[in-house]
Write a protein that binds this ligand. Structure first.
Ligand code: DQA
Length: 147
């Protein structure tokens, strides 16, 4: 297993300037470059979309190509049953999908406390800033993609 996709949902294209007290000042590009430097043996693809359909089509492609996914679904994680259904396909195909969040949604507004993705993810890592992605990568790397 050498290629891993990191898929990011809505408003995460604004990292760096969006609510820096919560999400920090690194852009997505900064985070991606740092992760790639830390895991040189992996090919890490970083993608971001504000479009639910595009995220779903990336999940479909991950199923077809058996590519492990780390996903920060952002706000879609709280209510997108369509994205959840796509993630079930990952489960069925035995391809790991890890849900991550920069902040700890459980410690924020009540609408953030539920994720429709968590029930169908291999695991969830949240609240560690950009390190949430690194922890997920490390699990995938050490477990060689075991579902
Ligand atoms: C987030 C948490 C979500 O509640 C929020 O809608 C986001 C970012 C996080 O990474 O902490 O957009 O997924």
């Amino acid at each position: 297993m050498s290629t891993i996709w990191i898929l990011n949902g809505p408003n995460l294209g604004r990292l760096g300037s969006r609510e820096p007290d919560i999400y920090g000042t690194d852009t997505g590009d900064d985070i991606h470059q740092r992760l790639q430097a830390r895991f040189p043996e992996l090919t890490i693809e970083w993608r971001q979309s504000d479009d639910e359909a595009e995220l779903m089509s990336w999940i479909h492609q991950a199923v077809d190509t058996k590519t492990p996914v780390i996903m920060n679904p952002a706000a879609f994680g709280h209510y997108s049953y369509a994205l959840r259904d796509a993630c079930v396909l990952m489960q069925e195909a035995g391809v790991p999908l890890i849900e991550v969040h920069l902040s700890n949604p459980a410690a924020r507004e009540s609408f953030r406390r539920h994720s429709v993705i968590s029930e169908v993810a291999r695991g969830v890592i949240q609240g560690f800033g950009a390190e949430s992605y690194a922890l997920a990568l490390s699990w995938l790397h050490n477990n060689k993609g075991d579902q």
